[in-house]
Ligand binder design. Sequence first.
Ligand code: ADP
Ligand code: 5GP
Length: 185
Amino acid sequence: MSLPANARILVLIGPGGTGKGTVALAVIERVPRLWLSRSWTTRPQRPHEDPEAYVFVSDEQFMAHVAEDGFLEWAEFLGHRYGTPVPELPEGNDVLLEIEIEGALQVLERIPEATVILLVPPSEEVQIERLRGRGDPEEKVQDRVVKGREELLRGRKIATYEVINDDLEEAVAEVAGIVESLRLA
Ligand code: ADP
Ligand code: 5GP
């Protein structure tokens, strides 16, 4: 298995705490033959975070994988490295990446036909509530809000679609609809 030539690449970006991870999981439940990429990260696992959320690795393991050309893209974000392993998916599947903006730019450079979807929170207040609700420590909340403003500005320049994650069900239906419409095109 490898990345089939006809696989569609969907890239979900947006400020931290918007709900990208939550929406991505719900979308793959709903859309058949859509495969969610599992990233590697050097960030420590958060308390209560699903151990399957990432492949948690040391800096050395991460850089060894970079050296063997094992990532489709990788980037540093708020002091930790994150990367998408070269996707290995069955023929007939499309792939969904949930990544930050530098990684999205690298994907577009390698695969210009990739579709970028920018997920946005209804407001910064709601974003902050969600970050706190997820248990992020206060200084991380502030870092992610500041970084999020930049991600919104830069994201709007590369995204084909913008989806507001206010009501979860509606946002999931909208992203699923985008995948379905791309398949019909
Ligand atoms: P991101 O991946 O963008 O950083 P998460 O998926 O971790 O964000 O979501 C941040 C928090 O917000 C989580 O606690 C999640 O359960 C919650 N959340 C996500 N989407 C919604 C929504 N539409 N309404 C209310 N809470 C949400
Ligand atoms: P978090 O620490 O909140 O899980 O993720 C921080 C940021 O890294 C988020 O914007 C998330 O989308 C992004 N991210 C997660 N995996 C990857 C990846 O494989 N590559 C890149 N470039 N960013 C990633």
